[in-house]
Structures are given as C-alpha cells and as structure tokens.
Design a binder for this molecule. Structure first.
Ligand code: CMP
Length: 139
C-alpha cells in the first residue's frame, strides 16, 4: 500500500440521512481519487474487530452498536499526503470542534455519530484498507 492512500467509511448515520452523494462529491472535489469502494454492512463482530484498538474505552460498546446498525460506504482514497489531507477535509472527531465547511461540521450529528471515519496514519490506512478490500478490489 502506497503512503499516499487513506481509508474511509461513510458511517451508518450519514447513510441513513441521505448524505452519501454529498460526502462523495466533497471528497472528490477535495482532490481525492476513489481507488476502491463498496456499499456494505458490518456485523457487530466485524465492527468490534475494526475498532479493537478502542476496546477499553467507555464508548466502545456504543461505537460497535452504531457501526453495525446499518449499511456503510467503505473506500480507499488516493492523493498526495492522503492521510493528513483527508483528516483536514473531514474535520475534528467531535463535530462541535470541526472547522466550518468540513464533512463532519456539515453532516455529523455527534462525536459518536460523526459521519465519516478517516485513518490516522499510513500504517493504519493500509491495515484498514485490507480489512475491507482484497488487492484485486483496489484499482
Ligand atoms: P473514528 O474516526 O471512526 O474513530 C473512532 C471513533 O470512536 C470515532 O470516530 C468516534 O466516532 C468514536 N468516538 C470517539 N470518542 C468518542 C466518545 N467520547 N463517545 C462516543 N464515541 C466516540
């Protein structure tokens, strides 16, 4: 996995609220190329596995319930400096602190239901991308 890739999920809340199209437009307008994408749903077990790093956090159960509550859009995105630039595009984890015009400022409803996920490092981008996509599903 090249270091100019990141991984994202449009979370169940944003999907339910009809924001898939607007969020994808925002991502493409931000200069990201979609190199893999799927509409899918995480089981509670898979959501727990994906967020295992947060297992000891008080919000883990709520996070797993939410992330397995409905379909998501998972995607791998390509751009120079992808991980950092994508985190700037989506804004702070807590939408109350997200900069104006960012994806979370526009579409998140709370810190737990914060519209999108974005990888926090090149290493995690590679791990998270391979959690959802095989090599032949990334173009
Ligand atoms: P995400 O970027 O997907 O990575 C971990 C997620 O945990 C994060 O977005 C939030 O949705 C969630 N999260 C982080 N802090 C809290 C919190 N204090 N309460 C509920 N959920 C949280």
């Amino acid at each position: 996995m090249a270091t100019n890739r990141t991984f994202t999920m449009i979370k169940p809340g944003a999907v339910r609220n009809g924001h898939i199209g607007a969020i994808l437009e925002h991502i493409v307008a931000g200069g990201f190329k979609i190199v893999a994408m799927k509409y899918t749903k995480l089981s509670a077990e898979k959501a727990g596995e994906f967020y295992a790093v947060h297992k000891e956090r008080p919000f883990y159960g709520e996070l797993v319930d939410f992330m397995s509550s409905g379909p998501i859009v998972a995607a791998v995105l390509e751009k120079d400096n992808a991980v950092e630039d994508f985190r700037t595009l989506i804004g702070s984890t807590n939408p109350a602190e997200a900069a104006e015009g960012t994806v979370r400022a526009k579409y998140a409803t709370s810190i737990g239901e914060n519209a999108v996920h974005g990888s926090d490092s090149d290493e995690n981008a590679a791990i998270e991308s391979s959690f959802h996509f095989s090599g032949t599903e990334i173009y």
